[in-house]
Design a protein around this ligand. Structure first.
Ligand SMILES: Nc1nc2c(ncn2[C@@H]2O[C@H](COP(=O)(O)OP(=O)(O)OP(=O)(O)O)[C@@H](O)[C@H]2O)c(=O)[nH]1
Ligand SMILES: [Mg+2]
Length: 419
């Protein structure tokens, strides 16, 4: 097990997060890998020092600490330039990893699907490429961040030309996979079921809720980024409407932008959902900052206007908070619902709210189906809520609330459609 020293530097001009919060998140990220945390060093600067980020004096101080504590590597809570990373490695004669590389390490460990694996490898190579310039960091040092992960021994021997070739190949493969996936998704969309994406900060309890709602067995762990590949599953709501739930990758504050781009395919799923279920871990001391971080990602994805139901999860851990305190919290977070996936508290209410919101997304129609189109009756019953039925001579007349997608399908096949 590698022993890591954590360094987080607060930059006054850049970040709204307190350096303490950033550091405790770095600790949680590190503990999600196989590394062990020796000590956390916090510092503050007005702006990063170009050659060492933290400044010469601080760098020497940390060098001493590394030797004294026999550290195997230093992990930064900030992003370093290739030069800063190289300088620090030379100064300390020790492996230095920045926040992006740490996150990539975790992603590499978690990726399951072919697409997920390709995405991570692509992001890793794009990260490595500028770091191979000039004298470069010793390739063996780049042997992934922690443990033996990272692009792998053999791949690290590749020179830049071969890395570029590999990048082009991966981009091609990913594009092909994306096209295939979009066909699959289109088929799913043709099936006109409403889609609900469970989103939220990493470790909020998304997979736990997904499992509970869909009776599944997705990985649930007290670690950051347990879920990497999105999973979709069907579920029947209490009013018999069928919907698709999506479990998604967790969000993180200051997720490096190029990472977001390489995970765009994953986030496409979220972008196309009809409704978002935003889960917050109310027991987390930084729940407000986490909420802001998620809202920021939604803005980046340009989907901040999508209908959202917010839930304050893990309410079972709030036993010391008064009812009034809880009500205040609910109000503060977009009239959120109180929920505990663990005890089941609030699940029924959530399902009611979900049904209601989805129904608001439904269109009320009256439709007369001719006798040769009876196949659609079953579709209407399974996708919507039928409020009236009359068997007439010309066909069957139904009044129902239906997802807009189904309404569009019906337009071509009926004598009369009233919306
Ligand atoms: N006390 C308590 N713990 C919960 C509750 N819901 C989830 N957890 C725990 O929170 C941790 C994270 O749960 P996950 O479902 O893996 O969270 P996630 O949002 O899918 O996390 P990532 O996939 O890593 O982003 C696990 O240890 C769960 O057992 C809850 O209502 N109460
Ligand atoms: Mg998960």
């Amino acid at each position: 097990m590698e022993k890591a020293l954590l360094v987080t530097c607060g930059i006054e001009k850049e970040d709204s997060w307190e350096v303490e919060d950033a550091s405790s998140e770095l600790r949680a990220l590190t503990l999600s890998t196989t590394a062990q945390v020796l000590e956390e060093v916090l510092c503050r600067r007005h702006e990063p020092a170009p050659s060492t980020f933290i400044g010469k004096g601080k760098a020497e101080e940390i060098g001493e600490l590394c030797r004294g504590r026999d550290a195997d590597l230093v992990i930064f809570g900030n992003d370093l330039t290739a030069t800063q990373q190289r300088n620090l490695e030379e100064l300390w004669s020790i492996k230095v990893i920045d926040r992006t590389q740490l996150i990539l390490d975790i992603f590499a460990q978690r990726a399951r699907s072919t697409e997920g694996k390709y995405q991570v490898e692509l992001a890793q190579l794009l990260y490595l490429l500028p770091r191979l310039s000039g004298k470069g960091i010793m390739l063996s040092r780049l042997g992934g961040g922690i443990g033996t992960r990272g692009p792998g021994e053999q791949k690290l021997e590749m020179d830049r030309r071969r890395i570029r070739k590999r990048i082009t190949k991966l981009e091609g493969e990913l594009e092909a996979l994306r096209r295939r996936r979009s066909t699959v998704r289109k088929k799913r969309l043709d099936l006109p079921l409403s889609t609900v994406a469970i989103i939220g900060y990493t470790n909020a309890g998304k997979s736990s809720l997904f499992n509970r709602l869909t009776d599944s067995q997705e990985t649930v762990e007290d670690r950051l980024f347990s879920t990497l590949d999105p999973v979709a599953r069907k579920c029947v709501l209490p009013n018999n409407q069928r919907v698709i739930f999506l479990d998604t990758v967790g969000f993180l504050h200051n997720l490096p932008h190029h990472l977001i781009e390489s995970f765009q395919a994953t986030l496409e799923e979220v972008t196309e959902a009809d409704l978002l279920l935003h889960l917050l871990d109310v027991s987390h001391p930084r729940v407000r900052e986490q909420n802001d971080a998620v809202c920021q990602v939604l803005k980046d994805l340009k989907i901040e206007r999508k209908p959202v139901i917010s839930c304050l999860n893990k309410v079972d851990l709030l036993s010391s908070v008064s009812e009034r305190g809880k009500a205040r919290l609910q109000k503060e977070f977009q009239s959120a619902m109180l929920l505990s996936v663990k005890t089941g508290e609030g699940i029924d209410k959530l399902l009611d709210q979900l049904t209601g919101t989805l129904q608001n997304l439904l269109t009320r129609i009256g439709v007369l189906l001719p006798h040769n189109k009876m196949g659609y009756i079953e579709l209407i019953y399974s996708q919507g809520v039928v409020t009236k039925r009359e068997d007439r001579q010309e066909g069957v007349y139904l009044e129902a609330e239906l997802p807009t997608k189904v309404v569009a399908m019906l337009r071509g096949v009926t004598y009369s459609l009233r919306t």
